[in-house]
Design a protein around this ligand. Structure first.
Ligand code: BLA
Length: 729
């Protein structure tokens, strides 16, 4: 459970934590110190001590106590040494001063700081002779700088710190993703049991303590069996509140933790924070089997090493990230090349299995894009890949998402664990269902805990009480159904590859848009200039194109520029019936053919309308096409044909009768073939000639037949009048 979900519970005071609230124990309001030193809260206006640890007077040889005394009353050069430092803000790393104090005066290491909430805190620890540390620090720093991998770096740091601090055991304790910790490196006295590799649960170090350790970087417990010395008075008279002891070196530590140390058999500790990128990455924990005070110089030297260690880790992690970035940049170039070469960027990702798998140490990878699925390595089936995509769409839309326990997060997908217990996914577009994903199989593995991680509760007198671990026997836990965790580096690489792919997708789509727009413009020009009258509207009925041929046919639309197809139809007569037809076309997607008449003022012309819905799939309509044919031309042509037929027949009959008179059969045969020829010509004309020109053409043929007949008749008459026979002609 997180601190947030527990917020309604009042945070327990220092030393009053129980199982329900230990995460929130107010450890910075300890109200007490470790007994080997003393703490004074000084009113700066007059230098008077207003709050002090209960034994301060005794330690300084002032049997009546120190409350109300001025700093200058405390003996030695205390006041003189502290005074010059008071011009500093003193709100960060406490300032350390070697000075003398007390009656008789003795040497102390003093640290002064101003806590949040006001006041001046002066802490005194009897001075200890420190070994010369500068040489050791210099050696340690150069060793740290020449390390090129995190583990040997931490081994080296543990060794160097042990050299300087002299504790029996020095561990680099590294925090994992779930807050648990692992002994990542260790230097120990020979003969001691190794703790290297052991894992401890997150609850061993509460979040509130971790936040404190981000500010207070070096902490000492000199003797775990100490009896805390309370501050007197408990509340600061100036603020009326408890003293914020976050930065106090002598702060009494949580009794839960003291018990933990005792359970472990640790009597003295020095713990340093390892900060990487502003976050508590881990701890340098030094344990000693016997009580051990730490001279100021040693603590400072170890603090420096922890600081350098954190910086070096940050550098190495960034280096790993930079390497991933280089690999991804290379991939980007290849994607763009693939577009030019193969017209498809996806080819670059799938041309060899290592391309996608290697940068993330994944065993499988897949791309869901534009409805297609491509995959490499060990991956679930296509339907399952789509199911993962759908799950991501609802649970992590638009973000990089990582899990090493897919089956726990999405129980419906638990069966995929043998190939995909670990999923790392990056979106490649803003479109749902377009993901690049990587997979890792479930890998049963043994986690070695330094004691049963769940045994933080024990029964005392029949009551459940919280208790820090008291069995540190190794406890082996077999973890099943989960994959190796994705590292921040994996996440960074996935994010980069995803972003790169998204860029390429965007670029591709933009290029495609330009090409399609160009093609559209061309087609639009062709349609606009076509002699065939057409109106096109989109699926909603909005007119997207109305060509010139249509405007010539219905000149009234020129000024009106109707925006909807319904409005176009209002230019035709019998609007009510037409609207009914139109609704059937638009709503039921029924094609329709029929005759329409132009409305008033359009000279009553008749048109044949072909209305067709255009479907891209059975349930998706792209729009509608309305083609208009001028029926007045066609009608005129039909009439001309009928006139032609009638005319031909007539001339045939007439002439035939007249020729019969003279009865010259040869003339009759000639006329028959002339008519036959004319009818054939008329057939050709009707098939091949434009409707508009047909009447004219037919008329010319008809006229030609009529003339031929006339000529024939004249000829025949002439022959009869001559009195000769046809045979002679
Ligand atoms: C503090 N617990 C700590 C600290 C460590 C550990 C290193 C920091 C001490 C410091 O910085 O001075 C735990 N120490 C470990 C572990 C190893 C180790 C895991 O050497 C392994 C090798 N502790 C518990 C439980 C609780 C708890 C169950 O085990 C309560 C739920 C509390 N631990 C606890 C508290 C602190 C702490 C409250 C803060 C101590 C303080 O600074 O006041």
């Amino acid at each position: 459970m997180t601190a947030e979900t527990r917020m309604p519970i009042a945070p327990p005071a220092f030393g009053r934590a129980d199982l329900s609230n230990c995460e929130l124990e107010q450890i910075h309001l300890a109200g007490s110190i470790q007994p080997h030193g003393l703490l004074l809260v000084v009113r700066e206006a007059d230098g008077a001590v207003i709050q002090a640890s209960a034994t301060a007077g005794a330690l300084l040889g002032l049997p009546r106590g120190v409350l109300g005394l001025r700093l200058r009353d405390l003996g030695g050069d205390l006041a003189a040494r502290v005074a010059p430092r008071l011009i500093e803000p003193l709100d960060g790393v406490p300032v350390a001063i070697r000075l003398r104090a007390g009656h008789p005066a003795a040497a102390y290491d003093a640290t002064i700081h101003r806590p949040r909430g006001g006041g001046l805190v002066v802490e005194l620890e009897p001075a200890l002779d420190a070994p010369e540390v500068t040489g050791a620090v210099a050696a340690a720093l150069s060793a740290i700088l020449s390390s090129y991998a995190t583990r040997p770096l931490c081994d080296e740091a543990a060794r160097q710190v042990r050299e300087i601090a002299g504790h029996d055991r020095v561990m680099v304790y590294r925090f994992g993703d779930e807050g648990h910790g692992e002994v990542f490196a260790e230097a120990r006295r020979t003969g001691m049991e190794a703790l290297l590799g052991n894992r401890y649960p997150a609850s061993d170090i509460p979040q509130i303590a971790r936040r404190l350790y981000e500010r207070n970087r070096a902490r000492v417990v000199a003797d775990a069996s100490y009896v805390p010395v309370p501050l007197e008075p408990r509340l600061n008279p100036q603020t009326g509140a408890e003293l914020d002891m976050s930065l106090c070196l002598l702060r009494s530590v949580s009794p839960v933790h003291v018990q933990y140390m005792k359970n472990r058999g640790v009597a003295g500790s020095l713990v340093l924070s390892i900060m990487v990128g502003g976050r508590l990455w881990g701890l340098l924990a030094c344990h000693h089997d016997t009580p051990r005070r730490v001279p100021y110089a040693v603590r400072a030297a170890c603090d420096l090493i922890a600081e350098a260690l954190g910086t070096r880790i940050a550098a190495l992690e960034s280096f790993a990230q930079a390497q991933a970035e280089i690999a991804v940049r290379r991939l980007e170039t290849r994607m763009i090349e693939a577009i030019t070469r193969e017209g498809d960027w996806r080819a670059a990702l799938f041309d060899s299995p290592g391309t996608l798998l290697q940068p993330l140490g994944a065993t499988g990878a897949a791309l869901l894009f534009e409805g297609a699925v491509q995959a490499t390595g060990e991956v679930p089936g296509t339907a399952e890949l789509r199911a993962i995509g759908a799950w991501l769409d609802t649970h992590a839309p638009g973000t990089v998402h990582a899990t090493s326990t897919l089956g726990e997060d999405a129980p419906a997908l638990a069966a995929l664990a043998p190939v995909a217990a670990g999923v790392l996914a990056a979106p490649v577009s803003a479109q749902p269902g377009e993901w690049l994903m990587w997979f890792r199989p479930a890998r049963p593995r043994t986690v070695i805990w330094g004691g049963n991680p769940e045994k933080n509760v024990e029964l005392r007198d029949g009551m459940e009480v919280i208790a820090p671990r008291n069995s540190f026997a190794q406890w082996h836990q077999v973890v099943e159904g989960s994959a190796d965790a994705w590292t921040p580096g994996d996440l960074a690489a996935a994010r980069l590859i995803g972003e790169t792919a998204a860029d390429v997708v965007m670029q591709c789509r933009s290029v495609r848009m330009l090409i399609v727009e160009d093609q559209l413009a061309q087609v639009r020009r062709q349609v606009a200039l076509s002699a065939q009258a057409v109106v096109i509207c989109d699926a909603s009925g909005a007119v997207t194109l109305m060509n010139e041929a249509f405007e010539r046919l219905v000149p009234a639309v020129r000024g009106a520029r109707p925006r909807r197809i319904e409005a176009v139809m209002s230019f035709f007569a019998d609007a009510a019936a037409l609207r009914h037809r139109l609704r059937d076309v638009l709503e039921n997607r029924h094609p329709w053919r029929g005759e329409v008449r132009l409305g008033e003022g359009e000279a009553g012309g008749r048109l044949l309308l072909r209305a067709d819905p255009v479907m891209s799939s059975p349930d998706r309509v792209l729009g509608y096409v309305f083609l208009f044919n001028d029926l007045s031309d066609r009608k005129a042509a039909d009439a001309a044909r009928r006139r032609f037929q009638a005319g031909i027949a007539e001339s045939h009959r007439l002439r035939a009768r007249q020729l019969d008179d003279g009865a010259v059969p040869a003339y009759q045969a000639i006329l028959s073939s002339v008519v036959e020829n004319a009818q054939l010509a008329a057939l050709e004309i009707a098939e091949g000639v434009e409707v508009a020109r047909m009447p004219e053409m037919l008329e010319s043929v008809r006229a030609s037949v009529a003339r031929t007949a006339e000529v024939l008749e004249a000829l025949a008459r002439h022959a009869v009048n001559k009195g000769g026979t046809g045979e002679d002609a």
